[in-house]
Design a protein around this ligand. Structure first.
Ligand code: CA
Length: 434
């Protein structure tokens, strides 16, 4: 028996709060889970700074990745197996891509990537193809196998049906994170009938389609995604924590570049400051390293770095107001000037941030982020695009919603306004005086 088809002598299970059990029979899957690069995902939270708002949201990318694997496993083993449109030889590559689709995420993903100008998708590729334990395991299947797994994740794999299971507008990734993030945050959004959706999924030559009879379950899924974005993912207070984290890292990077004499810098961060990050450096980093850095930096002499580190650890977050810098740039410029005059560096203490989401979209060829729409399959075999059949989906389809906020340290301005008359003027200009 070849390594790629080898089964474990006994099935292994992981107890999971969303899927009850996650089942592993394949030797390759079991070995991938055991690699250091995959185990590292235990130390990276799925929702970054969201735990500072929804305290239950401490769940990791490790469990989400197992969840995505389990959903795909159920689709291919329970729903697709035996159907002529499904090529069973694609099973292992599909499962591995599901398991590894997030393996390149760094600590506090978006904030961290933004500061160091990194791209987690590029690191996903490097972890799969580079000198890693993941690559050792995948290469034992065949020398070409790691490349195939990477292609599924990068959406360049020839079999589009396989790609659509891992990334599309109704993929296993979204179905897992909506339910998992809803469970751990404790919000009442994000629920939908996944069991029903799995039962009505059908393989076609180039994509997964849904039987028309399952339309209402899909509507529910689209609406739950829409609600989760605005209630959880874009929560302005969680974004405030992200702003502080980003600015603390920016400050540390800037000080490092200026030759500031740090009391302490974690060895594993040096490569990032020096812009010479290898896949090894990347894998060595996780959220525990960053949290330790913030602990140590609270004692640094630089007042901005120590303040931002303390703010992040002790949840002294920035306040925010609705503010669109594109239309209110004159006011923004005045605020920047006032902040500077008052001795508050606006590069760190006055931050405009926009969040934007497109809940569902039709296929608009040539536009950025072209999306493959969800197709319903009718009893006569004809396909109909979801928003043409569903009034609910039609009403939100193609509509981008954006929220603009301005973040600032209201606590400092309020506490010091007797002493510094400028603080009072700033508060008035921000509309949060009195
Ligand atoms: Ca994911």
């Amino acid at each position: 028996m070849s390594y790629g088809t080898e089964k474990l002598s006994e099935e292994k299970v992981f107890k999971d709060p969303i899927h009850n059990y996650i089942h592993v029979r394949d030797r390759v899957i079991w070995d991938v889970i055991g690699t250091r690069e995959f185990q590292r995902l235990r130390r990276i939270r799925q929702l970054g700074t969201t735990y500072l708002v929804f305290h239950g949201a401490e769940h990791s990318r490790f469990q989400h990745s197992l969840g995505v694997y389990e959903i795909v496993r159920r689709i291919v083993d329970d729903v697709f197996a035996g159907r002529p449109e499904w090529d069973a030889s694609e099973r292992l590559v599909t499962l591995c891509a599901a398991l590894l689709h997030d393996v390149g995420h760094g600590p506090f993903s978006h904030a961290f990537e933004n500061v160091f100008d990194l791209d987690h998708e590029q690191f996903t590729r490097e972890i799969i193809l580079g000198p890693t334990e993941v690559n050792d395991v995948l290469s034992r299947v065949s020398s070409n196998f790691p490349k195939q797994v990477a292609e599924v994740i990068e959406k360049t794999y020839p079999n589009k049906l396989v790609i659509s299971l891992v990334s599309s507008q109704i993929d296993a990734d979204r179905m897992d994170y909506l339910q998992r993030d809803s469970f751990y945050t404790g919000v009442s959004y994000g629920h939908f009938d996944m069991e029903r959706i799995l039962r009505v999924m059908r393989p076609t030559e180039d994509e997964v389609v849904i039987k028309t009879s399952g339309m209402h379950a899909v509507e529910d899924y689209i609406m739950s995604r829409y609600q989760m974005y605005w209630q959880v993912y874009f929560h302005p207070t969680s974004r405030s924590a992200e702003v502080i984290l980003t600015k603390a890292l920016h400050r540390a990077k800037q000080l490092y570049e200026e030759g500031y004499p740090f009391e302490w810098v974690p060895e594993s961060l040096r490569a990032f400051f020096e812009d010479r990050v290898t896949v090894e450096d990347y894998v060595a980093l996780d959220e525990s390293v960053l949290v330790t850095a913030f602990h140590m930096w609270q004692q640094e002499a630089d007042p901005i770095l120590s303040d931002l580190s303390d703010r992040f650890l002790n949840r002294r977050l920035f306040q925010y107001i609705d503010f669109n810098p594109a239309t209110e740039y004159v006011r923004f410029g005045e605020l920047e000037r006032l902040f500077r005059e008052a001795g508050l560096d606006p590069d760190y203490y006055l931050v405009a941030l926009s969040s934007s989401d497109l809940p569902y979209d039709l296929y608009r060829p040539g536009e950025e982020n072209e999306r493959v729409p969800i197709q319903l399959i009718q009893p006569d075999g004809n396909k109909i695009e979801l928003s043409k059949a569903s009034d609910i989906v039609q009403s939100i389809s193609g509509k981008r919603r954006t929220s603009h906020k301005l973040y600032f340290p209201e606590d400092v301005l309020r506490a010091g306004k007797e002493e510094h008359p400028l603080y009072e003027r700033i508060l008035n200009k921000l509309g949060s005086g009195t």
